[in-house]
Write a protein that binds this ligand. Sequence first.
Ligand code: PLP
Ligand code: COI
Length: 353
Amino acid sequence: MDFKLDLLPEEKRNYNCLSELETLSFGQLRSDHMFVAEYEDGEWKNARIVPYQNFSIAPGAMVLHYGQALFEGAKAFQRDGELYTWRFDKNAERLNESARILCMPEIPVDFQIEALNRLLDIERNWCPKVEESSLYIRPFMFATQDSLGVHPSSKYIYCIMLSPSGPYYAGGFSNTVTLLVTEKFHRATPGGTGAAKACGNYAASLRAQEFAKSKNCAQVLYLDTTNTYLEEVGAMNHFHIMKDGSIIIPEFTDTILKSITSQSVLELFPNARQERIKIADFLEQIENGEIIEAGGFGTAAVITPVGKYVTDDGKEYVVGDGEIGKHTRAIYEKYVSMQRGDIEAPEGWLVQV
Ligand code: PLP
Ligand code: COI
């Protein structure tokens, strides 16, 4: 596909602002340009890279009424002046899985990769060099047909925007977080959209997240709708570590997002496996010391250690000594060392732009 380029002149680009920053928060900054394409008459067209700008959509655009929208999250890293993407092919495939679940058009994986690489090539100066930071990649797609009937839209916009970012949870890998285990809210239902990166899943999680905050917890650890099994966290998968060092991740069901970080850990660590985990057993095993560490896996959150769980009755379950454990630290070190290119990643994971 042909790409049209409408680029800012060099003197209007703003990437030098990065050099003044010692730390970066997550998702606040924007790079100068974005990639956009439109879907109409059954095909993707009008692919272009343009300055970061507002969209013009009709008040009747279906995304505004029925929320037909999805997104992805990936990262690029810089090393010795070169830029590398991390497993973006997996994000592109997952975007298409989400599209199928939401009755949206798929986008050929090669096209998504080419669009990103062309954009990154123009925006390479936007990749931060600060520790624990990266150029966060946010592809997304939304319905633009002007129609009030409830049906799949016939028109869409696909866009990739970039955000030089630090860690999702402030402080990065130096802190543990507390999670609320609650039976009051659920993230996803069987047969629903939980396995898709559907925007609506995140809208639906806000009330639970605010509730968690009111209990001094960073997020909710969601249970299945029968309140029996542990599922995942609002923006990351969950893991725990047993006394023998094995890494346990909940089995992927249609109510859990298939985290690329989790899949990577499963491939990298022979002692990592997936199980259906009963919440009652989980809490009991924290109490009796069988479970020694726990945390979350995600692109933005990377590896976020959890120090404590709080249940609806206010009971607290401290994992190990409540601090970052040695196994979690080892997973983190290996994973980010591969992303930074300090140690070799499996073939095709770290791809030069
Ligand atoms: N689960 C949810 C609900 C998420 O939003 C994310 C973030 O992308 C993840 C899990 C982790 O997925 P990944 O490792 O692919 O970023
Ligand atoms: C990511 O980890 O990339 C995500 O998309 C999570 C997001 C909700 C911040």
